[in-house]
Design a binder for this molecule. Structure first.
Ligand code: GTP
Ligand code: MG
Length: 354
C-alpha cells in the first residue's frame, strides 16, 4: 500500500536533508574564516582592551560573552531557511506530490503550510530530517479529517439510511456488503436496497451478498425507479425494526447529467442520513473531479476509498479530503468482507513514511 509514494517521499527528504546540511556546512566554514581572520589580527581585539578598567566583573564577562562575535557564531551549526531555499526544495516536492495523485489545489495548501512553518526557522544540522518530516506531516494532517465512528452514528436514528454513489465499478456494491458485515458483527441490523436497477446482473450481485450475510434485500424489476426501491426498503426497515438501510445505486459518471439528476431524486425521496461517495484510490485525478462534482450536486457527507490494497500512490485520500472538506470514512483494503478499515489520518501518514 502506497509504496511508491513512500519511497519517493523518503528520497526527497534524504535529498533535502543533504542540501540543508550543506548550507549548514557553508555557514560553519564562514565561521571558521572569521575565526582565522581574528587570529591573524590579534591587535584589533587588543586595541579594544584598554577601554576596560581593571579585571572585569562577572556581570561584565557575562555581558561580553553574549555580544562577542564568537558567541554569535557559536549557534551557526544551524541554518535559517530563506524563501529562495524553500522554493528550490519545494519544486521537487511539488512534482512528487502531483505524481502521487495529490491534486494541485491540495499541493498549494501543503505549500502554504510548509512556507509558514519552515521559512525563517532555525534548523539544527542534526534535526534537519526531523523538522522537514514534521512540517510535512503537519501539512497533510491539516487536510485529512478524522472521521466519525459510523457504528456510534447509526445509533442516533432508526432507521439510519445510508446511500452510496460513485462511478461504474468503483466498488459500491462490495463496500455495502463489507459495511453490512461490520454492522452485523456489531449487532446492528440492516436491509439492502437494490436501487441499481440499471446494470445487468446488479440485483443478483447484491442478492448474493445478502444471502451470504443472511440479510434481507428489497428489490424491484430492472428499469424501475431507484428512488422507489429505496423508499420501499426504508418502509420495510420501519415496519420490521431494522436499524439501518444501505442503498446500492447504479454507477454514474459525473458528466452524465440525467444520472446526476437521478441521484438528486434518490436523495430527495429518501432523505438519507449519510450520503457516501465511493471512489477508487487508484483513480487519481479522475476521482478528484468526480468527488468535486458529486459533492456539488448532492453535498456528500464523506467518502470511502476502495482498492487501497492495490494503490502504490495514495495521494487520492489527500485530494478528496481537500476537495470535499469531508472525511474519508473507510478504506477498502481487499475483496473480502473483512477488508474494510476505519480511515485513520495518523495511520495514513505513517503508511507514507512520515
Ligand atoms: N482489491 C480490491 N478490490 C475491490 C475493493 N473493493 C471492490 N473491489 C473489486 O472491484 C470490483 C467492482 O466492485 P463492485 O462492488 O461491483 O463495484 P460497483 O461500484 O458496485 O460497480 P457497478 O455497480 O458496476 O457500478 C469487484 O471485482 C470488487 O471485488 C477493494 O477494496 N480492493
Ligand atoms: Mg454495483
Amino acid at each position: 500500500m502506497f509504496k511508491f509514494f513512500k519511497e519517493k517521499l523518503k528520497s526527497w527528504i534524504g535529498k533535502t536533508k543533504e542540501e540543508i546540511e550543506e548550507k549548514v556546512e557553508e555557514k560553519k566554514s564562514e565561521k571558521g574564516e572569521v575565526e582565522e581572520k581574528l587570529k591573524k589580527h590579534p591587535k584589533k581585539t587588543k586595541e579594544i582592551e584598554p577601554i576596560k578598567r581593571e579585571a572585569p566583573t562577572i556581570e561584565e564577562l557575562e555581558a561580553e560573552k553574549k555580544t562577542s562575535i564568537f558567541r554569535k557564531l557559536k549557534g551557526k551549526f544551524q541554518y535559517k531557511l530563506s524563501e529562495e531555499d524553500f522554493e528550490n526544495i519545494f519544486e521537487n516536492l511539488e512534482l512528487l506530490l502531483l505524481e502521487n495523485n495529490v491534486a494541485l489545489q491540495a499541493v498549494e495548501a501543503i505549500k502554504s503550510h510548509l512556507k509558514k512553518e519552515l521559512i525563517g526557522k532555525e534548523i539544527k544540522k542534526q534535526e534537519v530530517e526531523k523538522e522537514i518530516k514534521e512540517a510535512l506531516k503537519n501539512a497533510i494532517e491539516e487536510i485529512l479529517i478524522e472521521p466519525d465512528d459510523i457504528l456510534s452514528l447509526v445509533k442516533e436514528k432508526q432507521p439510519f439510511v445510508i446511500v452510496f454513489f460513485g462511478i461504474n465499478g468503483c466498488g459500491k456494491t462490495t463496500t455495502i456488503a463489507k459495511l453490512a458485515n461490520l454492522f452485523l458483527k456489531n449487532n446492528i441490523s440492516c436491509v439492502l436496497a437494490a436501487s441499481d436497477t440499471f446494470r445487468a446482473a446488479s440485483i443478483e450481485q447484491l442478492q448474493q451478498h445478502a444471502s451470504a450475510l443472511g440479510i434481507r434485500i428489497i428489490k424491484h424489476n430492472y428499469g424501475s425507479d431507484p428512488a422507489a426501491v429505496a423508499f420501499d426498503a426504508i418502509k420495510y426497515a420501519k415496519a420490521h425494526g431494522i436499524r439501518t438501510v444501505l442503498i446500492d445505486t447504479a454507477g454514474r459518471m459525473h458528466t452524465q447529467n440525467s444520472l446526476m439528476a437521478e441521484m438528486e431524486k434518490i436523495c430527495r425521496v429518501t432523505q438519507p442520513d449519510l450520503k457516501i461517495f465511493v471512489a477508487e484510490s487508484i483513480a487519481g485525478n479522475d476521482a478528484i473531479q468526480q468527488a468535486k462534482t458529486f459533492n456539488e450536486t448532492i453535498g456528500i457527507d464523506g467518502s470511502i476509498l476502495t482498492k487501497t490494497d492495490v494503490d502504490e500512490k495514495g495521494g487520492t485520500a489527500i485530494s478528496i479530503s481537500y476537495m470535499t472538506k469531508k472525511p474519508i470514512l473507510y478504506i477498502g483494503t481487499g475483496q473480502n468482507y473483512e477488508d474494510l478499515e476505519l480511515f485513520n489520518p495518523k495511520k495514513f501518514i505513517k503508511e507514507i513514511g512520515l
